[in-house]
Write a protein that binds this ligand. Structure first.
Ligand SMILES: Cc1cc2nc3c(=O)[nH]c(=O)nc-3n(C[C@H](O)[C@H](O)[C@H](O)COP(=O)(O)OP(=O)(O)OC[C@H]3O[C@@H](n4cnc5c(N)ncnc54)[C@H](O)[C@@H]3O)c2cc1C
Ligand code: FES
Length: 259
């Protein structure tokens, strides 16, 4: 883990309140695994203010790609960062996704929850694991991010939106359930990997457990230190309280205790 001074190579609006931030981060890029995150010090916020955690969307050729949504003060101020600026980034942090997937890999993302799934798809495909299928859901089309990038990797994509603006109308579990039924009918192995809002993650974890398949769930918790010291990011598990920034953010579906 390093606290790396990273030059901003690109910072663009990708619509729907989301932005892509590309940083020159050779140290982090050379060590990162799919599902890990970085803790970004937002330039312009006062020194005492906290860093903000973001999943690593991609890491390639010294470049670290983040995909984030503006939700509050930190992400609003981060939006002011310009190409050429320098940003301190701590990482890579946490435990990512295991890559020993047996059978099909079903990746399920809600909104910016697709962020850790792109590097995961690349990593699985590089190990000849698959097929890799993405199930992306959101309120409307603007919440479905980087879909073409997944397709370019050779990932089969299934979409669902609450308003029906693209894909199936309804929750992302609709196409996921259909695929699970198909795979089970054909006695094919699969594992599920998910990141997104808690209700979606709970629904996905339940499906993995009832299908007797492995499920890997990336939890999104408020973080303060990002390195295990403050206990702000507690997730209840069957083994007691776990720190999302150290034992997570990825947990086995069967380990999670939902409140
Ligand atoms: C491991 C991890 C990976 C993440 N990856 C990404 C990513 O790739 N892209 C992305 O856009 N965001 C990601 N997040 C969430 C991101 O860190 C928060 O949206 C950000 O910190 C909000 O900062 P803020 O100052 O703008 O908002 P704040 O002013 O702190 O909060 C604004 C609103 O967002 C809510 N909020 C803040 N943080 C969280 C959180 N962690 N979970 C749920 N609600 C929150 C608050 O309750 C409030 O309603 C990730 C979080 C974690 C823990
Ligand atoms: S954020 Fe401090 S222990 Fe996890």
């Amino acid at each position: 883990m390093t606290d790396e001074k990273c030059r901003v190579l690109e910072h663009v609006d990708v619509g729907g309140g989301y932005r892509r931030l590309v940083l020159n981060a050779p140290n982090i890029v050379s060590n990162v695994e799919a599902g890990q995150f970085v803790h970004v010090r937002v330039p312009g916020l006062d020194e005492s203010s906290l860093r903000r955690p973001f999943s690593v969307f991609n890491a390639q050729d010294d470049r670290l790609f983040l995909l984030y949504k503006e939700v509050g003060r930190g992400t609003r101020v981060l939006g002011l960062v310009k190409e050429g600026d320098e940003v301190m980034v701590l990482g890579p942090l946490g435990h990512g996704f295991p890559l020993e997937c047996k059978g099909a890999a079903l990746l399920v993302g809600g909104g910016y929850g697709v962020a850790p799934l792109y590097l995961l798809a690349r990593s699985l495909l590089a190990r000849n694991v698959g097929p890799v299928k993405l199930f992306a859901g959101g309120r409307s089309q603007a919440d479905l991010l980087a879909i073409d990038a997944f397709r370019e990797l050779g990932v089969e994509v299934f979409l669902a939106t609450n308003d029906g603006s693209v894909g199936e109308k309804g929750l992302v579990t609709l196409p996921l359930d259909a695929e699970i039924a198909k795979l089970k009918g054909a006695s094919q192995d699969f594992e599920i990997f998910a990141c997104g809002p808690d209700p979606m993650l709970k629904a996905v974890a339940e499906r993995a457990l009832s299908a007797n398949a492995k499920g890997w769930i990336s939890m999104d918790r408020h973080m303060i230190c990002g390195v295990g010291a403050c206990y702000a990011c507690i997730q209840k598990t069957v083994r007691g309280n776990s720190r999302c920034c150290i034992e997570g953010p990825v947990f086995a579906a069967g380990d999670l205790v939902w409140e």
